[in-house]
Ligand binder design. Structure first.
Ligand code: PLP
Length: 414
């Protein structure tokens, strides 16, 4: 960091501040993590200096002796890790990866069917404000009102009614495992392509703590920076027969030159994710999520679906007489970082919904186990009970910071 310090002390100081924030806070944003020092170094490498439009062996610029090997390694490792027939590692992030799939298979006005945004779907699954909802006729499925679970009968009925070209499974805020086989059956019945966006739970799949969608889906997209613990980016996996369409959609359809520094960091992350330690990590993420669910349920928090099978919990705070936003702000002041989130059938507006979402991938990376999650749950309970008690909040923030010092996160040595 010396060069940044010399050239740009302002940015240097901000990076240091962010390092301290990540070190001293309990980070429960379900889509975030701490990457390893190796992933960080590859991300910050000279590979950022190279242009390489095209694919290994088929580039539009010379000088690809090294880059071709980097990309080939990343592809090979991803194929191995997930058992994929074909992988494209070039998408800049999760949103462009999903768009590339639509570009490969859809024309404007075609029908897609995905999980509704307020029920845990992602913007790119057809939300009206997203290009996926503007350029395509997006239909959405909702969760069961009583159980909070995916309603496969409803999906089947909507698929029969709207005849989508693509059916999308995957979510940003659903605390349970998806039955991919049921989706496959529905897609087959209506002749739709079955796409899974496993951005949130890809690390669990890699570590064997969540069923893989690969045997069932035609196309699987994932970001690489959430539970998978890689750099910010995404990959698309598909059956061999769709490889050419996907590759053409990513480049030249949607993107220009790939971010080779990110590709290298992905390769490192895939290597890490193939280790037995990562399998332990994935299992511990789920154990931690369940431990947090247990303590919160004991404190009368209303967990959507009653618990968790993955890395996240969705909590309806209505019975606590506090909104999601007020709770998230108070928790942040106490050093516990979460996001406010709509709950299924929320009667409040998205800007200040009824719930919060919490995830355990980042804390698990710094070594938190069940015991620590019980403590985190007690702090959440205390803050939510008295969100305006600034003295209490200050005390908790100090306790959180000193607690965190015993769990130094990977990649940060300030
Ligand atoms: N898909 C899902 C399920 C997500 O949760 C997200 C982001 O949170 C994305 C796609 C988009 O990823 P990105 O923010 O990298 O564009």
């Amino acid at each position: 960091m010396d060069a940044v310090k010399d050239t740009d002390p302002e940015i240097y100081e901000l990076i240091k501040q962010e390092e301290r924030r990540q070190r001293d806070k309990i980070r429960l944003i379900a889509s975030e993590n701490y990457v390893s020092a190796a992933v960080l170094q590859a991300t910050g490498s000279v590979l950022t200096n190279k242009y390489s439009e095209g694919y290994p062996g088929r580039r539009y610029y010379e000088g690809q002796q090294v880059i071709d090997q980097v990309e080939a390694l990343a592809v090979e490792r991803a194929m191995e890790l997930f058992g994929a027939e074909h992988v494209n590692v070039q998408p800049y992030s999760g949103s462009p990866a999903n768009l590339a799939v639509y570009l490969a298979f859809l024309s404007p006005g075609d029908v897609i069917l995905g999980m509704a945004l307020p029920h845990g779907g992602h913007l790119t699954h057809g939300a009206p404000v997203s290009i996926s909802g503007k350029y395509f006729r997006a239909q959405s499925y909702t969760l069961n009102r009583e159980t909070g679970l995916i309603d496969y009968q409803q999906i089947l009925e909507k698929a029969r009614q709207y005849r989508p070209k693509i059916i999308i499974a995957g979510h940003s805020a659903y605390p349970r495992i998806i039955d991919f086989e049921q989706f496959r059956r529905i897609a087959d019945e209506v002749g739709a392509l079955f796409m899974v966006d496993m951005a949130h739970f890809a690390g669990l799949v890699a570590g064997g703590a969540h069923p893989s969608p690969l045997p069932w889906a035609d196309v699987v997209t994932t970001t690489t920076h959430k539970s998978l613990r890689g750099p910010r980016g995404a990959i698309i996996m598909c059956r061999r027969e769709y490889a050419a369409a996907i590759d053409k959609a990513v480049f030249p359809g949607l993107q220009g030159g790939p971010h080779n520094n990110t590709t290298a960091a992905m390769a490192v992350a895939f290597k890490e994710a193939a280790t037995p330690e990562f399998a332990d990590y994935a299992r511990q993420i789920v154990n931690n999520s369940r431990a947090l669910a247990e303590v919160l349920a004991k404190r009368d928090f209303q967990l959507i679906t009653g618990g968790s099978d993955n890395h996240l919990l969705l909590i309806d705070l209505t019975n606590k007489e506090i909104t999601g936003k007020t709770a998230a702000k108070a928790l942040d002041r106490a050093g516990i970082v979460v996001n406010y989130n709509a709950v299924p059938f929320d009667t409040r507006k998205p800007g200040n919904p009824s719930g919060i979402r919490v995830g355990t991938a980042a804390l698990t990376s710094r070594g938190f186990k069940e015991r620590e999650m019980f403590q985190v749950g007690e702090w959440i309970n205390a803050v939510v009970a008295e969100p305006e008690n600034e003295r209490l909040i200050e005390e908790i923030a100090a306790d959180v910071a000193s607690f965190c010092r015993d769990f130094p996160p990977p990649g940060i040595d300030c």
